[in-house]
Ligand binder design. Structure first.
Ligand code: CU
Length: 164
């Protein structure tokens, strides 16, 4: 029989993880968000060869939103991403503890990734691509930009959804 060692590093880690999710679950249970609206925002990803021009004078891997990115608070937001780049990308929303991987397109045919979340609180929801990319240009598009909002250059591998 294996003996439980009360205060080993592992048991503290396990308790910590349980505690974290316990608090997170309690938050979810005690603050239900009424969904009052639904919004779909399409994004298109292209590789550097077709991407936007950066402040460094080079073209980079680029996300483009095809609809307005301001949504009313209480919206269920569905994100649909068409990735024409033959490389993986992703969208991470730190404020939502949400990260979604986006598979590579192939031979000009885009992959499609769909996910959704509820935008419950007003404010700017920043997202960035957490997948190593923009390899043609030393990952410039992944670097934290002057806004200091975390990884990613806004307008390339980072952006915002404004919850108003
Ligand atoms: Cu990326």
């Amino acid at each position: 029989m294996k003996t439980w060692i009360p205060f080993s590093g592992l048991s503290l880690l396990v308790l910590g993880v349980i505690g974290y999710f316990g608090v997170a679950m309690a938050h979810v249970i005690t603050t239900p968000t009424p969904v009052t609206n639904t919004v779909t925002i399409h994004y298109k990803i292209v590789g550097a060869e077709a991407g936007a021009l950066g402040s460094d004078g080079k073209h980079h891997d680029t996300f483009t939103a095809l609809e307005a990115t301001t949504v009313p608070a209480g919206s269920r937001v569905t994100i649909v991403v068409s990735n024409y780049d033959n490389a993986m990308h992703g969208m991470a929303f730190p404020d939502l503890h949400l990260a979604k991987m986006i598979s590579a397109g192939q031979d000009g045919r885009p992959s499609e990734t769909v996910f959704s979340f509820v935008a419950s609180q007003t404010g700017k929801l920043r997202w960035y691509c957490p997948v190593p990319c923009d390899g043609d240009n030393q990952a410039w598009a992944m670097r934290a930009d002057a806004n200091g909002g975390g990884l990613g250059q806004d307008g390339f591998m980072a952006g915002y959804i404004n919850v108003a």
